[in-house]
Design a protein around this ligand. Structure first.
Ligand SMILES: CC(C)(COP(=O)(O)O)[C@@H](O)C(=O)NCCC(=O)O
Ligand SMILES: [Mn+2]
Length: 922
């Protein structure tokens, strides 16, 4: 689908392959801007400066905001205008790249709840300014340089040059007179006057090479799986060890090529270059094929066969390989060599073949020169960027082949997802004290907003404002019938002519067109409150997803999620009162989410390394984007009430058992109650066949051991071995679904642990996801449950939970309990799964003294974390309610209607990973 720039196009979303009308100045030795001197601007004397380039702290009128007793209260600076200049530009010959920052909205209620938990955990340190960086979002946007006015309109309508429409300076109506914006690229010189005239801002020029390197360093340091290899059409994302990043070679392929040896932050040297680059391909290509644009030329190459033009080894050796020196018959012996003997005119050759020959000649040459430079400095890693690459499969494959071939597999060519934004990011980094330097991988979450699949590979047009505008854009889009279409298979040339491999192949043996193979770049959310879970055994080796979401796997999930969509939309619309407006939003959500699915079906790697956890989270994020706060709210309430009503009977039954029988019944109960999962088709079908309690009872009956993975005996040993001592000091219980799952499953288990003297931390989602219970909902549920149980009541009162639930969040930090037997903390997620590389700081703090983890539910214990190893004992409990997973993990077929066990082994699992040698424990 081609981007329609006459339509308003979203202000968020991605990048990837882009349409270029003309060449763009790279840093490749061709750009005068590369030598630009940096200028500094004098700021007015009333301001305190951290950087000469932007106005800094204006302390006039400062006042403490919030609780005066806080150790680090937030200080409000009403006249502070340091929100401005969170924008940087890279203005090239064909494209303008923008990187801008927008703040997260603040939720004061939620902050209060968090403060209360932080106090309990002894980690309270005040408001947001205690973090080195502000939470917010980094947006990546492109415009054609030829449509500079659109770009200026975009900046102006969003007031980006003044910190955005939500910034204090904009709201106060103040007119800062010395706004300075960092910019790099030739256009920073060429268009400086226009920026001054239209926006009243001065462009401060930053050196292109500095920016490129700073941008690349930031990406490689802070973004997980930013780099990828591309061999034989297969992308493979690479995790670079941050401690082993330098030195590397950065090859920027613009009009010309710059080869830069990077030794550290701000430490680099341009060691070489070549004048045969993107400009050469486009220039020669234009002369020889009459193509009107770079992309048209590139597109032609997709259908080319270079063996009609290039002289191959086989042409010289009568169809044979020259195997003695490792050259296959299809290796290019001489680019364009065949044309010398053919007695033909230019017009006798197919433009497609010419384009491919040119592309191969230039890409191969760049790969080879880069490798020689890597060899010269003993470097193994070469990162390629610049406008010439733009996610084009043939280009990347050819460069990779050259590097691989000449280095005999020793050196690796790698490409960067954000490669189009290196310069703009670098310019953004050049603002001092923006805080980006302090960011670590776990602080960044990339999200793909609704526009990503539509404009993800395209250039952005004018911005969209509020949700209504987004929806009307979506409606217009759908009306036009311009649905995302599946990629059209494209024929590949008979030979690549490069030797080593005959045909570069992409997924499905097809090298995709530029647009569909291009990678989408999302919005980077900077969340300084996220932490790595401290109990991960080896964070570097940790991979949350249990099964790779490859094309086959994705096809399965595509069907499952598409089938689930109508029901989800109904629930979402009902949760917002079923109004016409809600219906409209529901419709738009369905289209947006379907578009994401279609995009990923087209190119599973389009959003980077994407696992099932990301896919399930994408659905939740998409709902939130259309303002569906909690689609399952009424179902959750109904099920909570029904379950709380039968809880006293269950507790009585449990109390009548001996310790061993009770523990068995408790674990069985958790597994049985995990059936209440509104994300599973099979379960939802079941709900029409009985009441909650009937289903719960039926489920319990089917729970007989042995379970699919059954480590119960080991867990029992741990729990019952020494009745005098507490078996565990602190247990973190990662709860899953609302209703029976938490009330009849996890709360009774928590109660048992409390009975043993174990501190219990209930860990729940920060944001709703399907029918999962959230950290905000849990105190009230626990308080209700505590009405029927002394153990729970005592613990909940001591932990302040009952106070929290009944009287709102406590503000008074003084009467803090010394030991907190029962707490609720949020996990930092809004997904049915959990990625332990990025959890809330409260959870990380609560984990410090924990020696038992209990993960419950498919999302947290099966789809993710089944193979995760932790530093302490871990119990993973889940009912397997998903056909695919049952097949993949246990090689069994689920009889979905009964969630039964066709071969008499129950489809539940209780995995106990014990991290202390048994001998030492006793
Ligand atoms: C989304 C879920 C992981 C939630 O499961 P839970 O963690 O609640 O046990 C699960 O419902 C699921 O895998 N659903 C896939 C759709 C289906 O099986 O129909
Ligand atoms: Mn769930």
């Amino acid at each position: 689908m081609a981007a329609n720039n006459s339509e308003p196009i979203l202000d968020e979303g991605g990048d990837g392959g882009v349409k270029h009308e003309a060449e763009e100045a790279g840093a490749g030795g061709t750009s005068a801007a590369a030598a630009a001197a940096t200028t500094t601007t004098q700021a007015p004397a009333t301001m305190l400066h951290r950087s000469g380039s932007r106005p800094q702290l204006d302390l006039s009128g400062a006042a403490i905001h919030g609780n005066l007793e806080d150790r680090n209260p937030t200080i409000l600076l009403p006249n502070q205008s340091d929100d401005i200049s969170h924008l940087a530009l890279d203005i090239g010959g064909s494209l303008i790249k923008l990187v801008y920052f927008s703040r997260h909205a603040e939720h004061s209620n939620e902050d209060k709840r968090k403060m209360s938990v932080k106090r309990k955990l002894g980690m309270f340190n005040g408001g947001r300014r205690s973090y080195p960086i502000l939470g917010g979002r980094l947006h990546f946007v492109k415009f054609e340089t030829g449509k500079l006015n659109e770009c200026l309109d975009f900046i102006s309508s969003k007031q980006l040059h003044r910190g955005g429409v939500d910034s204090p300076s904009w709201r106060s109506g103040a007119q800062p007179d010395n706004i300075v914006i960092k910019a790099t690229g030739g256009g920073a010189f060429k268009y400086a006057d226009l920026f001054k005239e239209r926006l009243g801002v001065s462009l401060e020029k930053e050196d292109e090479m500095d920016c490129l390197v700073a941008g690349a360093n930031f990406l490689l340091k802070s973004i997980r799986h930013e780099a990828f290899t591309h061999m034989d059409g297969q992308k493979e994302y690479v995790q670079i060890d941050q401690n082993d990043l330098f030195p590397f070679l950065l090859v920027n392929v613009g009009s010309g090529v710059s080869i830069i040896k990077v030794d550290g932050h701000g430490k680099f040297q341009r060691v070489s270059g070549t004048n045969v680059g993107g400009g050469t391909y486009w220039g020669l290509g234009r002369l020889m094929t009459k193509c009107k644009s770079f992309d048209e030329l590139l597109e032609l190459s997709q259908r080319g066969d270079n063996s009609t033009i290039d002289m191959l080894v086989g042409d010289i050796y009568g169809g044979l390989d020259y195997s003695k020196i490792g050259l296959s018959a299809s290796t290019i012996a001489s680019s364009f060599g065949k044309t010398i003997s053919d007695n033909k005119e230019l017009s006798d050759y197919r433009p497609e073949d010419i384009s491919l020959s040119l592309l191969r000649m230039i890409s191969y040459n760049i790969g080879q020169i880069s490798y020689l430079n890597a060899l010269r400095y003993g470097l193994k890693r070469i990162f390629f960027g610049g406008f010439f690459i733009r996610g084009h499969a043939y280009t990347m494959d050819t460069i990779s082949f050259a590097v691989h071939f000449w280095s005999k597999g020793e050196a690796k060519a790698m490409f960067l997802r954000h490669e189009g934004f290196l310069g703009a990011l670098g310019a953004f980094m050049s603002y001092e004290k923006h805080g980006l330097d302090d960011l670590r991988i776990h602080h960044l979450v990339e999200r793909f907003p609704m526009g990503a699949p539509y404009v993800g590979g395209k250039i952005h047009g004018p911005p969209l404002g509020d949700l209504n505008e987004k929806i009307s854009w979506m409606e217009k889009f759908v009306q036009k019938g311009t649905q995302i279409t599946a990629p059209v298979p494209i024929g590949f040339p008979a030979t690549t002519g490069m030797g080593g491999f005959e045909r570069p192949t992409a997924k499905g043996n097809i090298l995709r067109s530029d647009a569909s193979a291009a990678l989408n770049v999302g919005v980077l959310h900077l969340v300084p409150t996220l932490d790595v879970f401290p109990l991960l055994e080896d964070p570097k080796m940790y991979e949350p997803n249990t099964i790779d979401l490859d094309l086959n796997e994705f096809k399965y999930w595509f069907k499952v999620l598409s089938a689930h969509l109508p029901d989800l939309v109904d629930k979402a619309v009902a949760s917002e009162g079923g109004t016409d407006d809600a219906k409209r939003k529901g419709d738009a959500f369905a289209h947006a989410f379907s578009a994401h699915l279609a995009r990923l079906m087209e190119e599973p790697a389009a959003y980077g390394k994407f696992g099932l956890a990301d896919l399930l989270e994408l659905r939740e994020e998409c709902l939130r984007e259309f303002q569906f706060v909690d689609a399952y709210v009424s179902i959750k309430q109904r099920e909570n009430e029904a379950s709380l009503a039968v809880l006293p009977d269950l507790l009585m039954e449990l109390d009548s058992m001996n310790g061993e029988a009770r523990l068995h019944a408790l674990i069985e109960g958790v597994l049985a109650a995990n059936i209440f999962d509104w994300g599973s088709r099979a379960c939802v079908d079941l709900y029409h066949k009985g009441t909650i309690i009937e289903i719960y009872r039926m489920s319990r009956k089917k729970m007989q051991r042995p379970w699919r993975i059954d480590d119960f005996d080991l867990f029992k040993k741990r729990m019952l071995a020494d009745k005098k001592d507490q078996p565990y000091k602190r247990a973190l219980l990662f709860v899953d679904n609302s209703g029976a799952d938490v009330v009849l499953g996890m709360i009774p288990l928590a109660r048992e642990l409390l009975r043993c003297g174990t501190e219990v931390v209930l860990v729940a989602n920060s944001l709703p996801a399907l029918n999962d219970v959230t950290a905000n909902e849990l105190p009230e549920i626990v308080a209700e449950a505590a009405k029927h149980c002394g153990i729970l009541r005592k613990a909940a009162e001591a932990g302040g939970l009952i106070v929290d639930a009944m009287a709102g969040i406590r503000d008074d930090p003084k009467d803090e309990p010394v030991s907190i037997p029962l707490m609720v903390v949020e996990n930092g997620c809004g997904s049915p799964c959990i990625d332990f590389r990025q959890v809330s700081s409260e959870l990380a703090a609560a984990a410090k003294d924990a020696d038992l983890l209990i993960l419950e539910g498919m999302g947290r214990a099966l789809h993710t974390n089944l193979n995760a190893r932790f530093k302490c004992d871990t119990l993973k409990l889940a009912m397997v309610k998903n056909q695919r997973l049952a097949e993949k993990l246990f090689n069994v077929d689920l009889v979905c209607s009964s969630i039964g066990a066709p071969d008499n082994r129950c489809n539940s699992m209780s995995q106990f990973v014990c991290n202390r040698p048994v001998g030492l424990w006793y």
